[in-house]
Each structure stands twice: as structure tokens, then as C-alpha cells.
Design a protein around this ligand. Structure first.
Ligand code: PLP
Length: 400
């Protein structure tokens, strides 16, 4: 035996995580369709779901899943380039290209795979990738895997971005940003970023993970809402679409290049046909008047939530349906989250390294299915739970 049972090669590292209050365990979850959930046996209203439009439990989407499994089987049996490229994959890609108004689209098994694969395929030797400092881990990992030089600009800071774009001597320059930031809920100024990209001859990649389905005409995303057409438009299917997977939409040449060079597409089994069929059904709903109604309800709920958190005249409004409540300290964040759950509200605590050190927070996400009563209850439970934390110890106001 190489080590005793109570001393493994990982014991010290695990201990360190526990000491720093950064140790994670997966909660045991009983998912209900819609706005409720049971977490470790405790029933609660779910304010931690990315199922923003409530589509994960939609009967038409479930039926499309079943139909595709019946027709093509449970698995896709091979990678897209060998024998896994079913009619359902092609139908989904055609729909996405038409919906996004691009020449072509390419579907991936997940958003993580998409970002890692796209950035490592596009960022070659002699290239520059310029990335917002709060971009998602999948973007960071894609940058790390690429052979390009990577430069980071301060979060949403246009002058910081421009001063990097002034640097010359690169074969190609690519700016990458989320549209709605996953942990902060704030929005990238896409018009201005697009202007800078044009001015300095850089390509733009926008990750619409949290805006797909939720913003823009027919739920096309924030870039469409801002009238901007980035060269590389990435979005996910596991959040507002309620299914799983991701896409990139853009030119035929972009899709052809990725089909040839994107390792996370080539060297993995294709997404299962059932999930691809379900995603197509979800996007059809997203693009329809039903999608508009769900988006309108989500917008109303977001406003109601901000009003409930800031009662009285002059109450704040926020940029999106993702509302971070910053506490700062990891231990206290976990305690506040547990206190909320105890009182029937599930708002997960987000800690380093998902967010920068010292900025731990509860991340509230609104759904179109939340009721007025859910929202009022969440605000009052939160206020109650926050009383455990001294105001001076919080790094931000309740909902900034
Ligand atoms: N991009 C952003 C901004 C995200 O928030 C996420 C998921 O949390 C991803 C990409 C990855 O998407 P997926 O969950 O489909 O892997």
C-alpha cells in the first residue's frame, strides 16, 4: 500500500478547501418541472435554475425527445464526422442558422465543449485573443488551450479593451465576451465593443449562454437586441431552452473551419439524437409567440423581484434576470444560503473560484413561471437571512 487509509495523496488539498470554506458537495436534488425543487429533502421555490422560460418541463419538448429516441435510438453511436451525424442534428443546425439569420450553424454537446473547442481552433500561433476578466471558465479554458497570445481587459471596460486592441503585430485579433454575464447578471455594451472591433480590425465572439431565448427578437440574444452581428455567435441549449448542448452560428467558412479543426467537436461522440430533437422543439417555441409571452413574464418577474427587494419610490431595476446578492465572505454566504433554504427559498451560494476571491454571493435567477407570491416570499426570506450578516461585512448592496 502506498499510503495509509486516512492519508491519501489528496488529503491535504481537500483539508485546505475545507479550511477555506471552499469545499463543494453536490446537493441531492429532486427536480420538479417548473419553479419548485427539493434540495437535500427540503422543498423550496427554485431561484437557482437556468430554466429561465420554464421549458425544461414542456410537454412538446419531452414528446420531441421521445420521438427522436424512438426513431434514432438512445445514443448517436459515433462522432459527427463518422456515423453520428443524424438528420436531427442537421435539422437543428438548419433551424438555428435560419433563426439567427446566419449562413450556417454547428451544434455541440455542451457550452463548455463549444467554447473550449472554438477558441482553441480559432486562436492559432501569431493570433491575439482579448477576453473580459469575468468571462466564464469555459472561455478561460479555451483561451488557455489555444496557441494565441491572450490578453485580459478589466470587466466591461471599453478603454481597457481599446488600449489592448491598439497593439499590432498579430495575424488575427479576436475579442471574446459573454453578453449577459453568468454570475453578475450585467450586460456587455455590445454596440460599443462591436464598434471597437471594427475600428481595430478584430473579430468578435459573443457567448449568449444566458441571453439565448431570453433577449432579442424571437429570443435570438442580446447581440440581436443591440443590432449587432458578431462573426462568432455562441449560445447554449441547456439554459433557457431547457435541454442540453450548444451552438455556434456564423458564416459557412467559420462552420467549415470548425468542422475541420475543432477538437471538442471531432473527438467526441455526437450529442444524442433525443436531446437534439428536444432542443429543436425548444427553439421553435422560443421563436414563436409563446416564446414572446414567456419572455414578457420573465421580464415582469425580474422587475417585481427588484421592486420587492427595494420597496418604496426610486426602487432599483436591474440589467437582467440574474441577480447577484453579494456578501463577500464564503462562510457567511453558505450560511445565508442555508438559512434561505431552511425557509423554503433555494438560492445557491457562489464562491471562489467561480467568482473572484472575496466576492462570494447568492445568485438569484428569475423564471417566467415564478408567481408574485414566490417573489415576495424570496425577498422577505432573503432579508431575514441577511440579518445574520452585519451590513458592514457585505461587499455590496443587496442587489447590485
Ligand atoms: N458559457 C457561459 C457564460 C456559461 O454560463 C456556461 C454554463 O454555465 C457555459 C458557457 C457552459 O455551458 P454548458 O452548461 O452548456 O456547458
Amino acid at each position: 500500500m502506498k499510503y495509509s487509509t486516512d492519508e491519501t495523496p489528496w488529503t491535504a488539498e481537500l483539508e485546505e478547501l475545507r479550511r477555506a470554506e471552499l469545499y463543494r458537495v453536490m446537493p441531492s436534488v429532486k427536480q420538479m418541472p417548473g419553479r419548485t425543487i427539493a434540495v437535500n429533502g427540503k422543498a423550496a421555490i427554485n431561484f437557482s435554475s437556468n430554466n429561465y422560460l420554464g421549458l425544461a418541463g414542456h410537454p412538446d419538448i419531452a414528446q420531441a425527445f421521445v420521438d427522436c429516441v424512438t426513431r434514432y435510438g438512445a445514443g448517436s453511436t459515433a462522432s459527427r464526422l463518422i456515423a453520428g451525424n443524424t438528420e436531427s442534428h442537421r435539422a437543428l443546425e438548419s433551424f438555428i442558422a435560419a433563426w439567427k439569420g446566419t449562413e450556417a450553424a454547428l451544434v455541440f454537446g455542451s457550452g463548455y465543449q463549444a467554447n473550449v473547442g472554438i477558441l482553441s481552433a480559432l486562436g492559432g500561433e501569431g493570433d491575439l485573443i482579448v477576453s473580459d476578466e469575468l468571462n466564464h471558465a469555459s472561455i478561460i479554458d479555451g483561451c488557455r488551450l489555444s496557441k494565441a497570445r491572450v490578453m485580459i481587459y478589466p470587466h466591461l471596460n471599453l478603454s481597457g479593451l481599446e488600449s489592448i486592441l491598439r497593439s499590432s503585430g498579430f495575424r488575427r485579433r479576436l475579442v471574446v465576451t459573454e453578453s449577459i454575464f453568468s454570475m453578475d447578471g450585467d450586460c456587455a455594451p455590445l454596440k460599443e465593443i462591436d464598434y471597437l472591433c471594427r475600428r481595430w480590425g478584430a473579430l468578435l465572439m459573443v457567448d449568449e449562454a444566458h441571453a439565448t431565448g431570453v433577449r432579442g427578437p424571437q429570443g435570438q440574444g442580446l447581440a440581436a437586441e443591440h443590432g449587432v452581428t458578431p462573426e462568432i455567435q455562441m449560445g447554449t441549449l441547456g439554459k433557457a431552452a431547457g435541454t442540453s448542448g450548444a451552438y455556434v452560428a456564423g458564416s459557412r467558412a467559420l462552420v467549415d473551419l470548425l468542422t475541420n479543426k475543432c477538437r471538442s467537436l471531432i473527438y467526441t461522440t455526437a450529442a444524442p439524437p433525443g436531446i437534439v430533437g428536444a432542443a429543436l422543439a425548444a427553439l421553435k417555441i422560443i421563436a414563436s409567440p409563446e416564446g414572446d409571452r414567456r419572455r414578457a413574464r420573465l421580464k415582469e418577474n425580474t422587475l417585481k423581484f427588484y421592486r420587492a427587494m427595494n420597496p418604496g419610490p426610486g426602487g432599483l431595476s436591474g440589467p437582467s434576470h440574474i441577480v447577484p446578492v453579494r456578501i463577500g465572505d464564503s462562510r457567511k454566504t453558505v450560511r445565508v444560503s442555508e438559512a434561505c433554504l431552511e425557509q423554503g427559498i433555494f438560492a445557491h451560494g457562489i464562491r471562489f473560484p467561480t467568482v473572484p476571491e472575496g466576492t462570494a454571493r447568492l445568485r438569484f435567477t428569475l423564471m417566467s413561471d415564478h408567481t408574485k407570491e414566490d417573489i415576495i416570499m424570496a425577498a422577505s426570506v432573503l432579508e431575514n437571512a441577511m440579518s445574520m450578516v452585519e451590513p458592514t461585512e457585505r461587499t455590496g448592496k443587496i442587489c447590485l
